[in-house]
Structure formats: structure tokens, C-alpha cells
Design a protein around this ligand. Sequence first.
Ligand SMILES: [Zn+2]
Ligand SMILES: [Zn+2]
Length: 272
Amino acid sequence: MKLHPYRGTTAAIATKHLKEQIIAPIFGELGVSLEVAAVDTDLLGTFTGEIEREGTPREVAIRKARLGMAATGLPYGLASEGSIGPDPIVPFLASDIECLAWVDDRLGIEIVEFHRSMEIKAVHGVLAEIADLDEFLSKADFPNHGLIVKSDAEIFKGVTDRGQLQKILNKLSGYVIIENDLRAHFSPTRQKNIAAVAKQLAGRLAVLCDACETPGWGVVGNIYGLECRECGGLNEKAVRGKLMGCAKCENRKEVISDRSFVAPADCEFCNP
Ligand SMILES: [Zn+2]
Ligand SMILES: [Zn+2]
């Protein structure tokens, strides 16, 4: 069997938050080593909101990966970007959407994978409104998960010690907010989600296009349009299958799902 084109390569990873420790073993299985790039990824925006991020998570992750490649001179780069907040589909719950980008300047491809998880510790409270601090801390899974404590004047990040927390609370006055520190190295739930998206991306890169042998064969879109089981009317928004494709050439294959009809409840003619 032919060796995978990425076996024995080194990729830059732009992170300040020890994400390489999560991602390196997963990319190691593909034969890719990681080199941490000394770039200040916070310049592209921070979790704590001091610097606003510009662009979609996909754009930010690709830009970060490119910064790492420029800093190291490597032709391959990886970078991740997380969005934690009200879930786009179930807005009363918090979710973590992790995005991981792979940039390959030799083949000229960019591949980005997303993983959405409802498993994320993202507790937020105003000190004056917290009736029972211990109960709040246990909800935040402190000290296993770190905290950020801030007033209008000051911010303390990466708090993981009860004594230290008490000192900060004694010192701060006014409107004080306590919340989970969502940076990867202070959030074990986020680490799990980053590992999941890394597995997804490494798994995709492991698959080569059967026409041009470029890594990264995978889902490039949905195929729409299913008929109603009752009346035969067409539901143009129902997903009939997936479109698989290559990141480099025009090779595409349709994978049709088992679902061949929509129920009358989802039909705009039977259930207008
Ligand atoms: Zn119908
Ligand atoms: Zn191809």
C-alpha cells in the first residue's frame, strides 16, 4: 500500500493555550508532527472579549493557521477556533462549536471541520445575585474548570484555587462577574470537544480522493428534495443525502440516505 502523503510531515499549530497537547496525539496517528508557532493568536480576538474577532470562525481559524505557517516557514498549518454561547438551534442551552482548520500550501487546499457539543461548562453569574457561592462553584465544576472574575476595573483569568478566588472577591467591588474561563487549558469540557473535532479532521485527511489522491475527501454539501409519502408532493428542503467531494479536483459522489420519503407532517401540502 502506498504511504499517505502526510506521513512524516510537520505542521505548524498556532496556539497559546496548550491545544497542541490535545491535537498532537491525534495527528500523530496520521504521521503528522506538530510544531507550536510563537504567534499571538489573541490578536485575532479573545474569549474574554477584550479584542473583537473579525470574520467567521472558519476565516479566523484559517488566518490563525496561516500565521503559524508564516512564523515557522512550514507549508502545513493547523488552528482551532471555538464559539461558546447560546446554541444556534436550541438557544436556551449553551453549546460549544469547535472549528479546526487544516491549510496545505503544497497542494493548495484548506479543509475545515466543525463539531457541535452541548457538553460545555459555561456558567456565568453576577456576584451580588449569587445566593450560595459553593453551589455556584460546584455548577461551574470549580476548580476542575477555571474561572474568570471581573469588575469594571479589573479582570482575573485562570483562577483555579479557592483561596485565590476568595482574595480576589475581597478585593473587588461594584459589579462583579464570575464565569467559567473558556480558554482550552482551563476548560476540560472544551478539551474534549477539541479532541472530537481533531479526530474528525484527521479522519477526513486520512481519506484520499480516488481520482487525484489529494487527502481530505469528505462531505462538501447536502442533496435536497424528498417526496411526501402520502401525496407525492416535493419537499425541497428535506435532505436526501450527502455530496462527497475532493478539496482539490472536481470529483464528486452522491451518497443517498435511507430516508426516501418525508412524513405528511413535514409536507407543506398535507400539513401547510
Ligand atoms: Zn403530502
Ligand atoms: Zn481529487
